[in-house]
Structure formats: C-alpha cells, structure tokens
Write a protein that binds this ligand. Structure first.
Ligand code: ADP
Ligand code: MG
Ligand code: ZN
Length: 477
C-alpha cells in the first residue's frame, strides 16, 4: 500500500509598512529591545488600537493578485491565549470575516505538472513579541519591538501534493508579494514564515488522514526539508501500525528532524470574539477597482513576456521575473542594446552571486546597467572571452570605469588574429615534438596540452575557438 501526501500551508507575511498595525510605533528592525513600543503595543489598560490604513489596502492588493474575493466590511477578532510575549493575553486577528477568501494560485512542478492551489483565506493580524533567553541564565527576557507588526496570514486549501510543490508555492507567493510591493520579503528577517500541515492517505482513498502542523519554517529550503522529513516519519509510523496524532511540531534545523511541541489546540479553545475596540474595516468597490487597474505586471506574466519577447528559457525567465529589482535591471540592460541571453546569464549568474556573497542589494552594488550592457556586447562580438569578462566584471564592481577603459588599460582584448596565434602555435609545435608525435599516433587528447600552453602564452587572451581550429589544422595537416 502506498501513500499520497496531502499538504496545506499557512504563510505569515510581514507587510512593508513603516509603522505597526494598531499604533504609530516604528516597525524598523534591529533597534534596542522595547525601543519600538507604546501603551498600545505594550497592552497597557485603556490604550486603544487604531488601524493603520495601509494594512487592509495591502491585504486587498494581495488578495486581488491571488484571485480572491475581497470583503468590503471585514472584522477583527480577538484570539485569546496566554504567553509572555503577548501582553494583552489576546492577539488581534480575524476569524469568521477575513478580508479575503476563495482565491487560487497556479504552480508548476516536474512531478505533477501544472496545478491550481486554492487559497482559503487571507486575514490580517498583529505579530507577537519575542522571548530572549539570556545565555548562562535561566531568565527569559521579553522584547516587544515586534508586537503589533502587521502580518497577513495566507491559508491554502489542502491542495499541495509534494514537498517540492510546497516550496514552489511559497516562492511564488514571495515573488508576487514583493512584486506588488506589499512586503519587502526579506527572508533573513523572517518576513515570510510558513506552517506546513502534512498528512498521508493510502493512494486512492478520498478521506484525509490525520495531519501534523510544523510551525515557523522561515526558508524555502526548510519548507521542503521539513515536509519531506514529515512524510517519511508518518509513513514509517503508519507502516509500524501506529496512529498519527494531530499535533504541532517544530523543525530542528541542525538535526534536520521535526519534533513534537504540543498537542494541537482547537479553534474554539481560543474563544474568538469580535474585537469591540475596532470598527468594521470598510473598503469601497471603487478603491478595489483602482487596485485592480494599477496592479503591476505579475511574475508569471513577466516570465511569459520574457520568453516571448527575448527568447529566454522558461527557467531563465522565471528566475529573472521572481524579483522586481532584478527584472527591472535586466530590462534596463537590454535597453542599452545587450543581447538577452548573455545579459540574462550575467544577471542571474555573476550579479546574483555577488549580491548573495556580499549581502548587498542591487542598489548598493552600484553597477551601472550601461556598463554591464557594454560588457555583454564585447563578449558577443568575441572581442573578449568569458574568462576575461569576469576579470573586467570584478573591476567594474570597484570602479566607475567602463569596460572599454578597463580593456584598454589592462590590454585585455581577446587575440583572434590567426596570423599572430598561428605563429605562436608553430613555435609551440616545434618545441614539443614528442607531444606532436603522440597526437599523430592517435593520442589526440594531447591537444589540450597545446591549448593550455597557448592560453598561457597569450595570458588568457587567446580566442579558444580560433586556437582550437588552428591547432587541429596544424596537427592533422
Ligand atoms: P487550524 O486553524 O486549526 O490550523 P484549518 O482547518 O484552518 O486548521 O487548516 C489549516 C491548514 O491545514 C490549511 O492550510 C488546510 O488546508 C490544512 N489542512 C487541513 N486538513 C488537512 C489534512 N488532513 N492534511 C493536510 N493539511 C490539512
Ligand atoms: Mg493553523
Ligand atoms: Zn506601539
């Protein structure tokens, strides 16, 4: 008997607002503990929440992008529980009247092809604070800077069928949210976290099995790893004759296992009720219409356009279009006349590598798109090799010089002249008769030796294609 996984995801997305959801405290990251607090987010008696209007507006925009129905009069509710990072002893969230419902997102994986993942709901809520466990002490400290930071919770239908598909879905939510600008999407700062609900059922069975929920997966990789692990664990339990208990689990990033945190609580245990301090959230149909009209080009449409207009592969076009800044930069390079394929290779290759390694944004790297376009043109015309181009690229990162200036100053132009290269080849063959004989005796691999020597003599500037054909000609002839 084999099993099919059934997976539903709850994604928490931090919104790109300057201030918190119910007070004017800053959402800025990295400030001293409790610097970003006031009576409202400290939960002091008598302090009243006032909704930040950006929050429902962002929620509606994301809802539209995810094909949801947007409610014109949604309602906040109190979710009651005690925890030291929650000073009011309730979290302001939404319950039976969330702002968005009944949406969907199409995803594609190799194993399943195209599939449509239903989006049950998107609701607005406030984040909780953070407990800090001081080293070498049993004390726990409370930092409420994060309390009241606005979040959207995006709940999917149990439509996902593999760990890979869950990862693709999460990546796509990230790409859409950052493209429309409702979230900065900084994974390192926990802007996107996922709870993965996983169950197994025998293939062919309709009813779902019992699920576990693995909380707080804050990277695409962890989502995939944790779901893969959880599927495997549940399978072994079932084959062992044990029953799966519905519970909340956590992912141990070091040991790469999930472990039980607590048994699952039911919704009615939270004693949800409408928050009497907050009025209904009213949105006008006109405002929604404006959002709909002004929605920027979404990643998938951009991917299709890049494939059609620039002849890129589905993969290349998808990587480029997943990031608003990267795709805009790519188009900027093209506007300076770069060839799309070479430009794409440099943007998703070297440029992305430099961004990842330095942790810098595209803005901070300050690489002029015009200069990068020029570099690709030198490569395309064969004036420089890819290897030399990398040297020039490194130099461009640290100066404002144009590729032409760098090539000129360092004498980096590729040597393609058959006369010049031919002379070097003749000298080499004459000086290495033994290898020439080996080649002619059938050991044609020694051509690599000659290519290497030629590259050495031209200090990497020899055109490999010309060198290869010249050597072949001389050795065979
Ligand atoms: P709760 O509010 O208790 O977390 P929900 O019914 O709202 O529970 O579901 C939460 C998530 O779990 C949703 O994404 C849903 O698709 C998913 N889910 C529900 N039942 C199952 C199941 N049997 N297997 C896997 N996922 C499930
Ligand atoms: Mg849940
Ligand atoms: Zn505050």
């Amino acid at each position: 008997m084999e099993f099919e996984p059934v997976i539903g995801l709850e994604i928490h997305l931090q919104l790109a607002t300057a201030s918190k959801i119910f007070c004017s405290c800053s959402t800025e990251f990295g400030n001293p503990p409790n610097a970003n607090t006031c009576p409202v987010c400290l939960g002091l008696p008598g302090a009243l929440p006032v909704l930040n209007r950006n929050v429902p507006e962002f929620a509606a925009q994301l809802g539209i992008a995810l094909n949801c129905e947007v409610r014109l009069d949604s309602q906040f509710a109190r979710k009651n529980y005690f925890y030291p990072d929650l000073p009011k002893a309730y979290q302001i969230s939404q319950f039976d009247r969330p702002i968005c419902e009944n949406g969907w997102l199409d995803v594609e994986t190799e194993s399943r092809g195209k599939s449509r993942i239903g989006i049950t709901r998107i609701h607005m809520e406030e984040d909780a604070g953070k407990l800090v466990h001081a080293e070498g002490s049993t004390d726990s400290l409370v930092d409420l800077n994060r309390a009241g930071v606005p979040l959207l919770e995006i709940v999917s239908e149990p439509d996902v069928r593999s760990a890979e598909e869950a990862k693709v879905y999460m990546e796509k939510i990230h790409a859409i949210a950052t493209t429309i600008g409702v979230s900065v999407g900084d994974m390192e700062k926990g802007h996107l976290r996922c709870d993965a609900n996983v169950s197994l059922r025998p293939c062919g069975q309709k009813e779902f099995g019992t699920r576990t929920e693995t909380k707080n997966l804050n990277s695409f990789r962890f989502v995939k790893q944790a779901i893969t692990y959880e599927m495997q664990r549940q399978r072994e339990e079932i084959l062992d004759g044990k029953t799966i208990v519905q519970e909340t689990r956590l992912w141990d990033t070091d040991r790469k296992v999930t472990f039980s945190m607590r048994s699952k609580e039911e919704a009615d245990e939270y004693r949800y009720f409408p928050d009497p301090d907050l009025p209904l959230v009213r949105l006008s149909p006109e405002l929604l219409e404006t959002f709909r009209k002004n929605l920027p080009e979404l990643p998938e449409a951009k991917q299709q356009r890049f494939m059609k207009e620039h002849g890129l592969s589905a993969y290349d076009a998808e990587v480029l279009s997943a990031d608003k800044e990267i795709s805009a930069y790519f188009e900027k390079i093209l506007s300076y006349g770069a060839s799309p394929k070479i430009a794409c290779n440099w943007v998703i290759g070297e440029l992305t590598r430099v961004m990842n390694e330095s942790g810098k944004s595209l803005d901070e790297i300050k690489l002029s798109p015009e200069n990068l376009a020029d570099l690709t043109k030198f490569i395309e015309s064969g004036e420089i090799s890819n290897k030399i181009a990398k040297t020039i690229f490194e130099e461009m990162l640290n100066s404002t010089k144009t590729p032409a200036q760098i090539i000129e100053e360092k004498g980096l132009k590729q040597v393609s002249d058959a006369g010049e290269l031919g002379q070097i080849a003749d000298e080499l063959l004459a000086a290495n008769q033994q290898q020439v004989e080996q080649y002619r005796a059938g050991k044609t691999k020694v051509i690599g030796f000659f290519v290497g020597q030629m590259m050495k003599q031209t200090r990497g500037k020899g055109n490999p294609a010309v060198i290869n054909s010249l050597l072949k000609e001389k050795l065979d002839g």
